[in-house]
Structure formats: C-alpha cells, structure tokens
Unconditional design. Structure first.
Length: 350
C-alpha cells in the first residue's frame, strides 16, 4: 500500500504550489475566533452550531449535514460505512490521490475508470462499470488533478443510469472556484436523488486547510451511517468556530476566490501561449500533462523555486498561489518547453 504523500515543503525562497492551498492569510475575525476557543474542553462532537448554519443555508435539516475533520474524513466514513471486502468503489482516474487508500482501508476494491483524452470523467464508462458489487461511486468536480468539471447535463444523465442503491458521492472540494454555468452544482440535486451525497470543504476557498473542517449533505440515514463510522470529537472547537466565522465573512472570502480564479485564467492563457496543452482549469490549480517527463519537469520547476505536485506518469499539478509565484512558474514552464523542443530537434543517437 502506497502511503498518502503530502505536497513537499518549500525552501525559504520557493513557492509551495503542491497542495492546492489558499495563499491568503486568515481573516482577523477567524484568528479571533480561534483565540477565543476553550481548548481545555472537548469540542461539541456534533458540531451543532455549524451544522445548523449549514442546514439553514442549504435548506436541509441539521441531521442531513455531517461535519468532519476535513471532507476527506467524511469520505472515509462513507466508504467504510458502505463498502467492505468484496465490494467495489468506482471513481475516475486520475482523480484525488486519497481515493485508492480510503477504499483499500475499507477492505473494498477500487474500480478506476480512465479519464477521457481531454482529462474529463468518462461518466458513461463509470456507469457501465457498475456491477452488483458496486457500493459507492465518487464523482470529483472539478476533478483533482485535471481541473475538468462535470456538467449538469452529464451528471443528470449519469444519475439516471446508476441504480438507486448505489451511493454517489459528489466531491465538490473546489466548487467555489467554478464560474462555468454549465457545471453541475450538487446541493440543489439532493431532493431529486436520495442516493446522492455532496462533499464540500472549508480547506480551499475558505482558507482553513490547517484547521481540518469539511461537510457533507445528504439523506439523514446516510449521514447517520457516516456519523457511526466517525472517530468521535475529531472536529475541534477552533475549526468549528473558524468555519462559522468564515461563513459570516463569506463575501470577503469569495472576493479572494475570484482573484485566485482570475489569476488562474491568466496563467492558463500564458501556458497555452507557450504551447502547452493544458485543460481549462476550474479549481485553484492547473494540470500540465507532462507524461513520462513528469519527474524531470518537476525538478525543473523546483530549480525555478516552484514546488509542484508530480503525479507520474501522467502529469504535474500546480496550484494557483501567491501572485508573486506566477513569474517563476511561467519561467519554469517555458524552460520545460524549451528543453523538450531542443531534445526533439536533436538527431537520434545510435
Ligand atoms: C478533490 C478533493 N477532495 C477532498 C479533498 C480533501 O479536502 P479536506 O481538506 O476537506 O479534507 C481534497 C484536498 O486536496 C481534494 O482535492
């Protein structure tokens, strides 16, 4: 079993663009909320206030909300609750690196459905992969690491062909960065599909990755199953408070998200101009399909002070970080192109 590998730490003068983090400092109100936490006490294990706030916002009941120490914790709960030895969990590949080990730890079997050549989920192949052993299907939109979205139309066609007793988890960790109107939006579909769960997080758009807090929306009995599989008291009070304050200051945070998205689109255009075949990004990261040259390309990026995530043999994922990182990033990507072009122009040696 391959352990989950975190994005590498960056040297003092380098930019860490390997974990899709939010480059902005926490809001003062968030810092205050954390400072006010009574950390000699256990937290409210049910995260009552946060669940009530989320329930009101999504027009569901608090019992239809689960809060976890990161959305990945809730995904682990759902997979553990729904699948065991002999069961199958379907997801696209490449997708989020955590999926294979969560499935393996549950004792279940991963069924990885390759992305289309344009780096999108192949939803019809995913639906066709369903067997009587399938318990869960994970749909990731925007997909980490390729950045591609699933459209609303595609998703509805997909849901129509998935049996109602298969749990579909729509992982929307990067939803707030999506500005394409054709994209699927999970929460409004919950009333239509009883087997749908939507995962969201405070780690990305809200900049709370270090506090570990995410949530799921879905039918009460499914959320109860997740709660049964959870490690008690793992969402700490500072995280709950910070999440509540972040929702209260959402306008300011979503303004930052917009700035990240603008920068993302500028970097994407600059990469296209350099000759890269980069799929249109919809999260806070870009996907460079460097194939067999991935490890080498990552080392070139490192030489330029950019720590990217190498996912060989497919590609390199680079987060959209501080505005000051862009110049280094584009110099590194230009250097990769230059070296590859030079190598291609060399006559082959015997
Ligand atoms: C697609 C996807 N889902 C879930 C997560 C986990 O986020 P969290 O910090 O909420 O556990 C990530 C984090 O990178 C992600 O990329």
């Amino acid at each position: 079993m391959i352990p989950y590998r975190q994005g590498k730490p960056a040297a003092a003068d380098a930019f860490k663009l390997s974990s899709n983090e939010n480059p902005f400092e926490p809001l003062a109100a968030v810092r205050d909320a954390i400072a006010d936490s009574s950390i000699n006490r256990y937290p409210d294990g049910a995260a009552t206030a946060l669940r009530e706030l989320l329930a009101a916002r999504y027009e569901v009941t608090p019992d239809e909300v689960q809060v976890g120490a990161g959305s990945v914790a809730i995904l682990a709960q759902l997979i553990t609750a729904a699948a065991t030895v002999g069961d199958e969990v379907i997801y696209a590949w490449r997708s989020f690196e955590a999926y294979p080990s969560l499935v393996m730890v549950a004792g279940a079997t991963s069924v990885q459905v390759p992305n289309t050549p344009d780096h999108r989920h192949d939803l019809s192949a995913m639906a066709a992969a369903v067997t009587d052993r399938t318990r869960v299907i994970i749909v990731c939109t925007p997909n980490n690491p390729t950045g591609a979205i699933v459209t609303a139309d595609e998703f509805e066609t997909f849901m129509a062909s998935v049996p109602e007793n298969v749990l579909v988890v729509l992982d929307e960790a990067y939803a707030e960065f999506v500005f394409d109107e054709s994209a699927v939006v999970g929460p409004p579909l919950l009333k239509k599909y009883a087997n749908l769960v939507v995962l969201r997080t405070f780690s990305k758009a809200y900049g709370l990755a270090g506090l570990r807090v995410g949530y799921a929306l879905g039918a009460e009995y499914i959320m109860d199953a997740a709660r049964s599989a959870a490690i008690p008291l793992s969402v700490i009070e500072p995280a709950q408070r910070a999440a509540i304050v972040s929702l209260e200051h959402e306008t300011e945070l979503l303004e930052r998200v917009k700035r990240i998205a603008v920068l993302r689109d500028q970097v994407w255009q600059a990469l296209i101009d350099q000759g890269w075949d980069v799929p249109r990004p919809h999260g806070n990261f870009l996907w460079l399909p460097t194939g067999d040259e991935t490890a080498w390309a990552a080392s070139v990026f490192a030489d330029f002070g950019i720590v990217a995530r190498a996912l060989p043999p497919e590609g390199l994922r680079v987060s959209v970080g501080e505005a000051g990182s862009v110049d280094k990033l584009l110099k590194a990507s230009a250097e990769v192109v230059r070296k590859l072009r030079t190598a291609a122009a060399q006559p082959a040696l015997d």
